[in-house]
Design a protein around this ligand. Structure first.
Ligand SMILES: CC(C)(COP(=O)(O)OP(=O)(O)OC[C@H]1O[C@@H](n2cnc3c(N)ncnc32)[C@H](O)[C@@H]1OP(=O)(O)O)[C@@H](O)C(=O)NCCC(=O)NCCS
Length: 143
């Protein structure tokens, strides 16, 4: 179950000559959202980006449009966590969303010397957190 990690509004300063959001800006938003999400799930601020999957920019983003970035955990390894991020263009008029790009990122937990260290007790905590979110979503549906 994916959760909202970040929200951005595209500004005039974020777009290029053709009026579309710069790809590099979108990647920076995804990286920032990903590391923040990874740090929360792993309970450590010392997470670095190791890999980013291939990225396809499916739809343009223009000034004034809102981008919501959703995250989910794909895999928890020894020192690494694989996260799926989905950037969606969000309409404030009717709440509908269109997928702009999806990416998988791997973050590694490091120590003070920059060496990988195990992320501990995360699987159980993540399962707990997911269960709570699913319970909240079920309650919301009931109202
Ligand atoms: C992150 C870093 C410390 C990892 O060092 P490393 O020597 O690759 O460490 P390891 O080989 O032990 O791998 C660490 C984890 O990354 C995973 N990993 C390494 N290379 C990978 C790759 N190409 N693809 C996917 N996962 C990879 C390993 O599987 C391992 O995961 P696990 O512990 O969950 O099994 C090191 O690569 C680094 O400092 N990179 C720069 C990070 C950075 O500055 N990022 C910002 C971008 S500018």
């Amino acid at each position: 179950m994916s959760e909202l990690v970040a929200t951005h509004m595209c500004k005039e300063s974020n777009v290029g000559y053709h009026g579309n959001l710069f790809g590099g800006t979108m990647l920076a938003w995804l990286d920032e959202a990903g590391v923040a999400f990874a740090a929360q799930v792993c309970g450590s601020p010392r997470m670095v980006t190791k890999c980013i999957s291939e990225v396809t920019f499916k739809k343009p983003v223009r000034p004034g449009q809102i981008i919501k970035i959703y995250g989910d955990v794909v895999k928890i390894g020894t020192s690494s966590i694989t996260i799926k991020l989905s950037a969606r263009r969000h309409s404030v008029i009717n709440g509908s969303q269109r997928s702009v790009c999806d990416v998988q990122m791997i973050f590694v937990r490091i120590d003070g010397d920059g060496e990988p260290v195990p992320i501990q007790n995360v699987k159980a905590k993540w399962a707990d957190r997911r269960e709570k979110k699913e319970e909240e979503a079920r309650k919301d549906m009931e109202y």
